[in-house]
Design a protein around this ligand. Structure first.
Ligand code: SAM
Length: 278
């Protein structure tokens, strides 16, 4: 393997530190540093950017981010076994890598960084969607981060970029596309990982828009979308009944047929309904 940073190859790092993969922690490692550098490049120009990485593991993507010029990487890792390997990377890049040992769901890591901030991670699958939803729903918009470059199971990636009428269209698509440009930028087969997971993966790049695409109260939009897609086979007049006794009139007022189902309603229409119900 080509040495891109003077540190040992990842297979050696894993052997030296006894980092056998643990399923409960969603550990599927990327060992090809050319591949991790390529993923890091999907985040855009990182010079002058602080990067938050969740779950660095043995540090393959971390090294990619540093090689690609990140001003600073803050990595949050739950598995203490990985810390010595990450300390070696920190020593090779003085002042540029900080590691927090902890659960990414508990640590307010973004508060430690200075904008511009990019978030880039090969996410543990068990917490990936929850982290994404949190990043997409900050108290104020635009968020402190400028972009998210995230590895997901292919099915989750497809849910993020889905359009009305697609099978994968739902809450995640509306949430993501309301205030971000979202696209799949890479596909990875199971064999790209050690050990290989059962499913294919994809990298999604989301860029935060300066303002939402269409005006709507975030909490209300969230309630409409949750209600609509929780009972996605039902007509909207039934699934959204709990939001207003006059829901049929409101739907008609914004040009949505009360007999329509959530899976065919566009982002623009959901936002119009949120304004109507406000
Ligand atoms: N970034 C490494 C790579 O690409 O090879 C590892 C990716 S692996 C899919 C997910 C990583 O997230 C593991 O290192 C795992 O220990 C870590 N992890 C799992 N749950 C976590 C959590 N709640 N908070 C922080 N890290 C977590």
């Amino acid at each position: 393997m080509a040495m891109i940073d003077g540190l040992p190859p990842l297979r050696e790092v894993i052997a030296t530190h006894g980092l056998s993969a643990r399923k409960a922690l969603g550990q599927n490692f990327l060992l090809d540093l050319n591949l991790t550098a390529k993923i890091a490049r999907q985040a855009g120009d990182l010079s002058g950017t602080d990067v938050l990485e969740i779950g660095p593991g043995p540090g393959g993507l971390t090294r990619g981010l540093l090689v690609e010029g990140a001003r600073k990487v803050l990595a949050v890792e739950k598995d203490p076994r990985c810390l010595p390997a990450l300390a070696e990377i920190a020593a090779a890049y003085p002042g540029r890598l900080e590691v927090i040992e902890g659960d990414a769901l508990q640590v307010d890591a973004l508060a430690h960084l200075t904008p511009p901030i990019a978030i880039c991670a090969n996410l543990p699958y068990n917490v990936g969607t929850e982290l994404l939803v949190r990043w997409l729903t900050p108290a104020v918009w635009p968020p402190v981060w400028s972009s998210l470059t995230l590895m997901f199971q292919k099915e989750v990636a497809e849910r993020i970029i889905a359009k009305p009428g697609d099978k994968a269209y739902g809450r995640l698509a509306v949430l993501a596309q309301w205030r971000c440009d979202a696209q799949i930028v890479m596909h990875l087969p199971p064999e790209a990982f050690t050990p290989p997971p059962k499913v294919s993966s994809a990298v999604v790049h989301l860029r935060a828009l300066p303002a939402p695409r269409f005006d709507a109260d975030p909490k209300l939009l969230e309630r409409i979308v949750a209600a609509g897609f929780n009972q996605r086979r039902k007509m909207l007049r039934a699934s959204l009944k709990g939001l207003s006794p006059e829901i049929e009139d409101h739907l008609t007022a914004v040009g949505i047929a009360p007999t329509e189902r959530a899976e065919r309603v566009s982002l623009e229409q959901f936002c119009a309904l949120a304004r109507q119900l406000a």
